[in-house]
Design a protein around this ligand. Structure first.
Ligand code: HSE
Length: 378
Protein backbone atom coordinates (compact mmCIF):
# COMPACT_ATOMS: atom_id res chain seq x y z
CA UNK A 1 0.00 0.00 0.00
CA UNK A 2 1.40 3.38 -1.02
CA UNK A 3 0.26 5.99 1.47
CA UNK A 4 -0.02 9.77 1.32
CA UNK A 5 -0.14 10.96 4.91
CA UNK A 6 -1.86 14.27 5.69
CA UNK A 7 -0.54 15.87 8.87
CA UNK A 8 2.56 15.16 10.91
CA UNK A 9 1.51 16.17 14.40
CA UNK A 10 1.10 13.85 17.37
CA UNK A 11 -1.06 11.28 15.54
CA UNK A 12 0.43 11.61 12.03
CA UNK A 13 3.95 10.97 13.30
CA UNK A 14 2.57 8.01 15.27
CA UNK A 15 1.08 6.51 12.08
CA UNK A 16 4.43 6.95 10.32
CA UNK A 17 6.29 5.18 13.17
CA UNK A 18 3.86 2.24 13.32
CA UNK A 19 3.72 1.85 9.51
CA UNK A 20 7.53 1.63 9.37
CA UNK A 21 7.38 -1.50 11.52
CA UNK A 22 5.12 -3.28 9.04
CA UNK A 23 5.88 -4.80 5.67
CA UNK A 24 4.02 -3.36 2.73
CA UNK A 25 2.79 -0.10 4.27
CA UNK A 26 4.86 2.56 2.57
CA UNK A 27 4.34 6.17 3.69
CA UNK A 28 5.48 7.68 0.43
CA UNK A 29 4.67 11.36 0.98
CA UNK A 30 3.65 13.47 3.96
CA UNK A 31 1.75 16.74 3.71
CA UNK A 32 3.17 18.82 6.53
CA UNK A 33 3.84 22.38 7.64
CA UNK A 34 7.51 21.88 8.39
CA UNK A 35 9.43 19.78 5.84
CA UNK A 36 12.28 19.29 8.33
CA UNK A 37 9.97 17.19 10.59
CA UNK A 38 9.74 14.39 8.03
CA UNK A 39 12.61 12.04 7.23
CA UNK A 40 13.67 10.84 3.78
CA UNK A 41 12.62 13.93 1.80
CA UNK A 42 9.01 12.71 1.88
CA UNK A 43 7.55 16.02 3.07
CA UNK A 44 5.37 18.04 0.70
CA UNK A 45 3.41 21.24 1.21
CA UNK A 46 0.97 20.98 -1.72
CA UNK A 47 -1.92 18.47 -1.55
CA UNK A 48 -1.74 18.09 -5.36
CA UNK A 49 1.56 16.25 -4.94
CA UNK A 50 -0.39 13.50 -3.17
CA UNK A 51 -3.74 13.57 -4.97
CA UNK A 52 -2.10 13.63 -8.42
CA UNK A 53 0.49 10.97 -7.61
CA UNK A 54 -0.64 7.82 -9.45
CA UNK A 55 1.57 5.64 -7.22
CA UNK A 56 -0.37 6.62 -4.10
CA UNK A 57 -3.44 4.45 -3.55
CA UNK A 58 -4.41 5.50 -0.01
CA UNK A 59 -4.63 8.83 1.79
CA UNK A 60 -4.39 8.74 5.58
CA UNK A 61 -5.55 11.93 7.24
CA UNK A 62 -4.45 12.96 10.72
CA UNK A 63 -5.14 16.70 10.61
CA UNK A 64 -8.56 17.34 12.12
CA UNK A 65 -10.92 20.25 11.49
CA UNK A 66 -13.49 20.64 8.72
CA UNK A 67 -11.46 22.70 6.28
CA UNK A 68 -9.36 22.02 4.35
CA UNK A 69 -9.98 18.38 5.41
CA UNK A 70 -13.22 18.21 3.41
CA UNK A 71 -11.56 19.62 0.28
CA UNK A 72 -8.65 17.17 0.66
CA UNK A 73 -10.96 14.19 1.30
CA UNK A 74 -13.19 14.94 -1.65
CA UNK A 75 -10.32 15.43 -4.07
CA UNK A 76 -8.59 12.26 -2.85
CA UNK A 77 -11.79 10.19 -3.21
CA UNK A 78 -12.48 11.69 -6.65
CA UNK A 79 -9.01 10.57 -7.66
CA UNK A 80 -10.04 7.04 -6.59
CA UNK A 81 -7.81 6.93 -3.52
CA UNK A 82 -8.88 5.15 -0.34
CA UNK A 83 -9.42 7.59 2.52
CA UNK A 84 -8.59 6.68 6.10
CA UNK A 85 -9.15 9.32 8.74
CA UNK A 86 -9.36 9.96 12.48
CA UNK A 87 -11.24 13.21 11.82
CA UNK A 88 -14.60 12.90 13.58
CA UNK A 89 -15.66 16.46 12.78
CA UNK A 90 -15.24 15.78 9.05
CA UNK A 91 -16.99 12.41 9.04
CA UNK A 92 -19.91 13.52 11.26
CA UNK A 93 -20.55 16.62 9.13
CA UNK A 94 -20.01 15.14 5.65
CA UNK A 95 -20.80 11.44 5.94
CA UNK A 96 -23.50 11.27 3.20
CA UNK A 97 -21.23 13.16 0.77
CA UNK A 98 -18.16 11.09 1.65
CA UNK A 99 -20.10 7.83 1.23
CA UNK A 100 -21.34 8.90 -2.17
CA UNK A 101 -17.86 9.91 -3.34
CA UNK A 102 -16.29 6.70 -2.03
CA UNK A 103 -18.91 4.56 -3.75
CA UNK A 104 -18.82 6.48 -7.04
CA UNK A 105 -15.04 6.14 -7.23
CA UNK A 106 -14.66 2.58 -5.91
CA UNK A 107 -12.58 3.80 -2.96
CA UNK A 108 -12.61 2.72 0.68
CA UNK A 109 -13.65 5.07 3.48
CA UNK A 110 -12.70 4.09 7.05
CA UNK A 111 -12.43 6.04 10.30
CA UNK A 112 -12.03 3.50 13.11
CA UNK A 113 -9.81 5.83 15.15
CA UNK A 114 -12.37 8.64 14.97
CA UNK A 115 -14.55 6.98 17.61
CA UNK A 116 -12.80 5.58 20.66
CA UNK A 117 -9.20 6.25 19.55
CA UNK A 118 -7.55 2.84 19.94
CA UNK A 119 -10.69 0.90 20.88
CA UNK A 120 -12.02 -1.59 18.30
CA UNK A 121 -15.53 -0.10 18.44
CA UNK A 122 -16.68 0.63 14.87
CA UNK A 123 -15.21 -2.59 13.55
CA UNK A 124 -17.09 -4.59 16.17
CA UNK A 125 -20.33 -2.83 15.30
CA UNK A 126 -19.59 -3.89 11.72
CA UNK A 127 -18.93 -7.48 12.79
CA UNK A 128 -22.07 -7.53 14.91
CA UNK A 129 -24.24 -6.39 12.02
CA UNK A 130 -23.02 -9.21 9.79
CA UNK A 131 -25.10 -11.65 11.86
CA UNK A 132 -27.17 -9.62 14.29
CA UNK A 133 -29.19 -6.44 14.88
CA UNK A 134 -27.79 -3.68 17.07
CA UNK A 135 -30.57 -2.23 19.23
CA UNK A 136 -28.81 0.28 21.45
CA UNK A 137 -25.42 1.95 21.83
CA UNK A 138 -24.21 4.06 24.73
CA UNK A 139 -21.16 4.98 26.71
CA UNK A 140 -18.38 7.27 27.81
CA UNK A 141 -16.89 8.48 24.50
CA UNK A 142 -14.74 11.35 25.78
CA UNK A 143 -11.64 11.05 27.94
CA UNK A 144 -11.28 14.73 28.85
CA UNK A 145 -14.71 15.02 30.44
CA UNK A 146 -14.34 11.64 32.13
CA UNK A 147 -11.06 12.84 33.63
CA UNK A 148 -12.75 16.00 34.95
CA UNK A 149 -15.77 14.17 36.39
CA UNK A 150 -13.58 11.46 37.92
CA UNK A 151 -11.34 14.06 39.61
CA UNK A 152 -14.42 15.85 40.97
CA UNK A 153 -15.91 12.62 42.33
CA UNK A 154 -12.81 10.86 43.62
CA UNK A 155 -10.57 13.71 44.66
CA UNK A 156 -13.18 16.31 45.56
CA UNK A 157 -11.68 18.71 42.98
CA UNK A 158 -13.82 21.61 41.89
CA UNK A 159 -14.60 22.01 38.19
CA UNK A 160 -12.03 24.71 37.37
CA UNK A 161 -9.28 22.84 39.17
CA UNK A 162 -10.09 19.53 37.40
CA UNK A 163 -10.22 21.26 33.99
CA UNK A 164 -6.86 22.96 34.64
CA UNK A 165 -5.30 19.55 35.49
CA UNK A 166 -6.80 18.01 32.32
CA UNK A 167 -5.24 20.85 30.32
CA UNK A 168 -1.88 20.44 32.06
CA UNK A 169 -1.85 16.72 31.23
CA UNK A 170 -2.61 17.51 27.59
CA UNK A 171 -6.08 15.90 27.59
CA UNK A 172 -8.07 19.11 27.19
CA UNK A 173 -7.32 21.72 24.55
CA UNK A 174 -6.54 25.35 25.49
CA UNK A 175 -10.13 25.96 24.29
CA UNK A 176 -11.85 22.89 25.76
CA UNK A 177 -15.34 23.74 24.42
CA UNK A 178 -15.72 20.78 22.01
CA UNK A 179 -15.06 18.35 24.86
CA UNK A 180 -16.94 19.93 27.74
CA UNK A 181 -19.98 21.08 25.76
CA UNK A 182 -20.41 17.64 24.18
CA UNK A 183 -19.65 18.37 20.47
CA UNK A 184 -16.84 15.79 20.36
CA UNK A 185 -19.12 13.14 21.85
CA UNK A 186 -21.98 14.06 19.54
CA UNK A 187 -19.77 13.66 16.46
CA UNK A 188 -18.71 10.22 17.70
CA UNK A 189 -22.35 9.34 18.30
CA UNK A 190 -23.41 10.37 14.78
CA UNK A 191 -20.69 8.13 13.29
CA UNK A 192 -21.58 5.27 15.64
CA UNK A 193 -25.29 5.55 14.77
CA UNK A 194 -24.34 5.14 11.09
CA UNK A 195 -22.24 2.06 11.81
CA UNK A 196 -24.68 0.53 14.32
CA UNK A 197 -28.02 1.15 12.64
CA UNK A 198 -27.16 2.17 9.07
CA UNK A 199 -28.91 5.47 9.92
CA UNK A 200 -27.60 8.86 8.84
CA UNK A 201 -28.65 11.49 11.37
CA UNK A 202 -27.65 15.13 11.38
CA UNK A 203 -25.31 16.30 14.10
CA UNK A 204 -27.42 19.35 14.91
CA UNK A 205 -30.55 17.19 15.40
CA UNK A 206 -29.03 15.33 18.37
CA UNK A 207 -29.80 17.18 21.63
CA UNK A 208 -26.64 17.82 23.61
CA UNK A 209 -25.81 19.12 27.06
CA UNK A 210 -22.28 19.03 28.47
CA UNK A 211 -20.60 19.51 31.82
CA UNK A 212 -19.54 23.18 31.64
CA UNK A 213 -21.85 24.17 34.51
CA UNK A 214 -21.37 21.24 36.91
CA UNK A 215 -20.28 22.30 40.42
CA UNK A 216 -18.69 20.59 43.42
CA UNK A 217 -22.06 21.08 45.13
CA UNK A 218 -23.79 19.00 42.39
CA UNK A 219 -21.21 16.26 42.87
CA UNK A 220 -21.84 16.32 46.64
CA UNK A 221 -25.57 15.93 45.90
CA UNK A 222 -24.85 12.97 43.57
CA UNK A 223 -22.70 11.30 46.19
CA UNK A 224 -25.51 11.74 48.75
CA UNK A 225 -27.83 10.00 46.26
CA UNK A 226 -25.24 7.19 45.81
CA UNK A 227 -24.64 8.21 42.18
CA UNK A 228 -21.71 9.00 39.89
CA UNK A 229 -22.06 11.48 37.02
CA UNK A 230 -20.77 10.61 33.51
CA UNK A 231 -21.16 12.38 30.17
CA UNK A 232 -23.02 9.81 28.10
CA UNK A 233 -23.88 9.49 24.43
CA UNK A 234 -26.67 7.05 23.72
CA UNK A 235 -28.88 6.01 20.84
CA UNK A 236 -31.52 3.40 20.20
CA UNK A 237 -33.10 2.16 17.00
CA UNK A 238 -36.63 0.87 16.67
CA UNK A 239 -39.27 2.34 14.40
CA UNK A 240 -37.39 5.63 14.86
CA UNK A 241 -33.89 6.55 16.05
CA UNK A 242 -33.45 8.24 19.42
CA UNK A 243 -30.11 9.85 20.25
CA UNK A 244 -28.75 12.22 22.87
CA UNK A 245 -25.66 13.51 24.65
CA UNK A 246 -26.21 14.39 28.30
CA UNK A 247 -24.80 13.87 31.80
CA UNK A 248 -26.17 10.67 33.36
CA UNK A 249 -26.08 9.54 37.00
CA UNK A 250 -25.06 5.91 37.50
CA UNK A 251 -25.42 3.84 40.67
CA UNK A 252 -22.36 2.33 42.35
CA UNK A 253 -21.57 -1.11 40.96
CA UNK A 254 -22.35 -0.26 37.32
CA UNK A 255 -19.38 -0.43 34.92
CA UNK A 256 -19.93 3.18 33.80
CA UNK A 257 -19.70 4.51 37.37
CA UNK A 258 -16.21 3.01 37.72
CA UNK A 259 -14.47 4.38 34.60
CA UNK A 260 -11.32 6.14 35.85
CA UNK A 261 -9.27 9.05 34.54
CA UNK A 262 -9.38 9.62 30.78
CA UNK A 263 -10.59 6.14 29.77
CA UNK A 264 -13.59 5.41 27.53
CA UNK A 265 -16.21 2.67 27.88
CA UNK A 266 -18.52 2.10 24.94
CA UNK A 267 -21.23 -0.53 24.75
CA UNK A 268 -23.84 -2.02 22.47
CA UNK A 269 -26.77 -4.31 22.92
CA UNK A 270 -27.83 -6.55 20.07
CA UNK A 271 -30.54 -9.15 19.64
CA UNK A 272 -28.36 -12.27 19.78
CA UNK A 273 -25.01 -11.23 21.25
CA UNK A 274 -26.62 -9.23 24.05
CA UNK A 275 -24.54 -6.63 25.86
CA UNK A 276 -20.88 -6.05 24.93
CA UNK A 277 -18.58 -3.31 26.21
CA UNK A 278 -15.21 -2.02 25.03
CA UNK A 279 -12.88 -0.21 27.39
CA UNK A 280 -9.65 1.59 26.64
CA UNK A 281 -7.82 4.72 25.58
CA UNK A 282 -9.99 6.94 23.40
CA UNK A 283 -7.17 9.29 22.41
CA UNK A 284 -3.40 9.71 22.31
CA UNK A 285 -0.67 9.20 19.70
CA UNK A 286 -0.27 5.45 19.62
CA UNK A 287 -3.81 4.30 20.45
CA UNK A 288 -5.15 6.51 17.62
CA UNK A 289 -2.35 5.61 15.20
CA UNK A 290 -2.93 1.93 16.05
CA UNK A 291 -6.50 1.99 14.71
CA UNK A 292 -5.50 4.04 11.65
CA UNK A 293 -2.87 1.48 10.74
CA UNK A 294 -5.41 -1.32 11.39
CA UNK A 295 -7.67 0.44 8.88
CA UNK A 296 -4.81 0.46 6.36
CA UNK A 297 -4.34 -3.28 6.78
CA UNK A 298 -8.08 -3.96 6.41
CA UNK A 299 -8.27 -1.84 3.26
CA UNK A 300 -5.18 -3.56 1.89
CA UNK A 301 -6.98 -6.88 2.47
CA UNK A 302 -9.92 -5.67 0.37
CA UNK A 303 -12.31 -3.94 2.81
CA UNK A 304 -14.16 -1.20 0.97
CA UNK A 305 -17.40 -0.43 2.72
CA UNK A 306 -17.96 2.06 5.51
CA UNK A 307 -18.77 -0.46 8.29
CA UNK A 308 -22.23 -1.22 6.99
CA UNK A 309 -23.69 -1.82 3.58
CA UNK A 310 -26.83 0.29 3.34
CA UNK A 311 -27.73 3.65 4.80
CA UNK A 312 -30.98 5.55 5.22
CA UNK A 313 -31.33 9.15 6.30
CA UNK A 314 -33.14 9.31 9.63
CA UNK A 315 -34.68 11.95 11.89
CA UNK A 316 -33.89 11.91 15.59
CA UNK A 317 -36.98 11.43 17.75
CA UNK A 318 -36.62 11.40 21.55
CA UNK A 319 -40.31 11.96 22.29
CA UNK A 320 -40.81 8.47 23.67
CA UNK A 321 -37.62 8.28 25.72
CA UNK A 322 -38.56 8.85 29.36
CA UNK A 323 -36.09 9.83 32.06
CA UNK A 324 -36.00 11.21 35.59
CA UNK A 325 -33.79 14.30 35.74
CA UNK A 326 -31.76 15.94 38.50
CA UNK A 327 -32.11 19.68 37.82
CA UNK A 328 -30.35 22.59 39.51
CA UNK A 329 -31.52 26.03 38.47
CA UNK A 330 -31.74 29.34 40.25
CA UNK A 331 -34.59 30.66 38.10
CA UNK A 332 -38.10 29.81 39.22
CA UNK A 333 -40.03 27.79 36.67
CA UNK A 334 -43.65 26.66 36.81
CA UNK A 335 -43.18 23.73 34.40
CA UNK A 336 -40.28 22.37 36.41
CA UNK A 337 -42.40 22.67 39.57
CA UNK A 338 -45.21 20.78 37.86
CA UNK A 339 -42.97 17.79 36.97
CA UNK A 340 -40.83 17.73 40.15
CA UNK A 341 -41.24 14.48 42.06
CA UNK A 342 -38.81 15.45 44.83
CA UNK A 343 -36.87 18.52 45.95
CA UNK A 344 -33.52 18.84 47.69
CA UNK A 345 -31.41 21.78 48.75
CA UNK A 346 -31.34 23.88 45.56
CA UNK A 347 -32.28 21.04 43.19
CA UNK A 348 -35.28 19.05 42.00
CA UNK A 349 -35.65 15.49 40.75
CA UNK A 350 -38.37 15.15 38.14
CA UNK A 351 -40.89 12.40 37.53
CA UNK A 352 -40.18 10.35 34.39
CA UNK A 353 -40.57 12.85 31.56
CA UNK A 354 -40.01 12.90 27.80
CA UNK A 355 -36.37 13.52 26.96
CA UNK A 356 -37.38 15.57 23.91
CA UNK A 357 -39.60 17.85 25.99
CA UNK A 358 -36.99 18.14 28.74
CA UNK A 359 -34.14 19.19 26.40
CA UNK A 360 -36.44 21.75 24.76
CA UNK A 361 -37.27 23.16 28.19
CA UNK A 362 -33.59 23.19 29.24
CA UNK A 363 -32.54 25.09 26.09
CA UNK A 364 -35.02 27.85 26.98
CA UNK A 365 -34.29 27.78 30.73
CA UNK A 366 -30.60 28.26 30.00
CA UNK A 367 -31.40 31.71 28.62
CA UNK A 368 -32.70 32.85 32.01
CA UNK A 369 -30.21 30.76 34.04
CA UNK A 370 -26.82 30.14 32.35
CA UNK A 371 -25.71 28.20 35.48
CA UNK A 372 -28.36 25.52 34.91
CA UNK A 373 -27.09 21.94 35.29
CA UNK A 374 -28.98 18.71 34.85
CA UNK A 375 -28.32 15.00 34.66
CA UNK A 376 -30.55 12.06 33.80
CA UNK A 377 -30.93 9.28 36.37
CA UNK A 378 -29.97 5.86 35.08
N1 HSE B 1 -10.70 15.15 23.00
C1 HSE B 1 -11.09 13.77 22.90
C2 HSE B 1 -11.24 13.15 24.28
C3 HSE B 1 -10.08 12.95 22.17
O1 HSE B 1 -10.89 13.79 25.27
O2 HSE B 1 -11.71 12.03 24.36
C4 HSE B 1 -10.28 12.84 20.74
O3 HSE B 1 -11.59 12.51 20.40
Amino acid sequence: MQIGLLGYGVVGAGVDHLAKELDGLDVRKVLCLNLADVTGGRGVTDIAEIVDDPEIDTVVEAMGGLHPAWEFASSALRAGKNYITANKALVAAYLPELLELAQANGAALRCTAAVGGGIPWLINLERCRRVDTVRRIWGVFNGTTNFILDAMHRQGADYAEALATAQKLGYAEADPSADIDGDDVRRKLVISVAAAFGALVREQDVPMFGIRTITARDVANFRALGKTCKLIASAEAGKTVSASVEPVLYSAGTPESAIPENFNLVSFESTNAGHQSYYGQGAGRYPTAYNMVQDCLDVRSGTRRFYTKDFVRAEVDNTNVFRHYYVRTNAEDAWLDSVAAAKGDGFAVTAAISQAKFHEWAAVQRQSDPTLFFAALQ
